[in-house]
Design a protein. Structure first.
Length: 197
């Protein structure tokens, strides 16, 4: 069996090298590798990790790779996975800095054409995980109003109201309150059933 550290490194290196558009564009590829192909985490665990990675400061893809690496092999695994994610961008930026100037990039019709072709694919890569995550998170007709309302409020540009951190905190507090309320209801129903017996 191939060394787990090498597998972690090369999987995240491949994701880092061939994904354009940042962290959200990587989510579909990460899910395909760690959930569908290797089965390292379940879909539910993946959504939970995504929520944590998104709420932490820093780059989403790096946060996610650290979480997966830590899950599989602790601190060493997180270092290897993070290195795999970061290294392709570092190499590409270094190569660009060495061989291309900003004017060269701006005036190069071939490069501009390539980037124009990549843009629609990036949009698809960002939209695809939204639907798969919504399905796993059990977003339905009753709960769909919450993400829509939050997206509109963030998009509004109103000071404080459009700050995503507010909704991360409110979501965490709301989830905890709902959990406590659910446990109370279960206990109450259990007591009532015992009394009826």
């Amino acid at each position: 069996m191939q060394n787990i550290y090498l597998r972690l490194f090369f999987i995240f290196f491949k994701i880092g090298a061939f994904t354009f558009g940042g962290g959200w564009a990587m989510i579909a590829l990460i899910q395909k590798e760690v959930v569908d192909k290797h089965g390292w985490v379940t879909k539910e665990e993946f959504v939970d990790m995504l929520a944590v990675a998104q709420s932490l400061p820093g780059i989403l893809a790096v946060n996610f790779s650290v979480a997966i690496g830590d899950r599989l092999r602790g601190f060493k695994g997180s270092l290897v996975a993070a290195l795999g994610t970061i290294l392709p961008s570092f190499i590409i930026i270094l190569a660009i800095a060495m061989f291309l100037t900003p004017d060269t990039i701006k005036n190069n019709e071939t490069l501009n054409s390539i980037f124009k072709g990549i843009r629609p694919a990036v949009v698809a890569l960002i939209v695809a995980p939204v639907f798969s995550t919504a399905k796993t998170a059990k977003i339905n007709a009753k709960t769909v109003a919450i993400p829509i309302a939050v997206a509109l409020l963030i998009f509004s540009g109103i000071p404080y109201v459009s700050n995503p951190i507010v909704y991360i905190i409110l979501g965490g507090v709301g989830g905890y309150v709902y959990h406590v309320w659910s446990l109370g209801n279960k206990a109450k129903k259990g007591n009532e059933e015992r009394k009826l017996k």
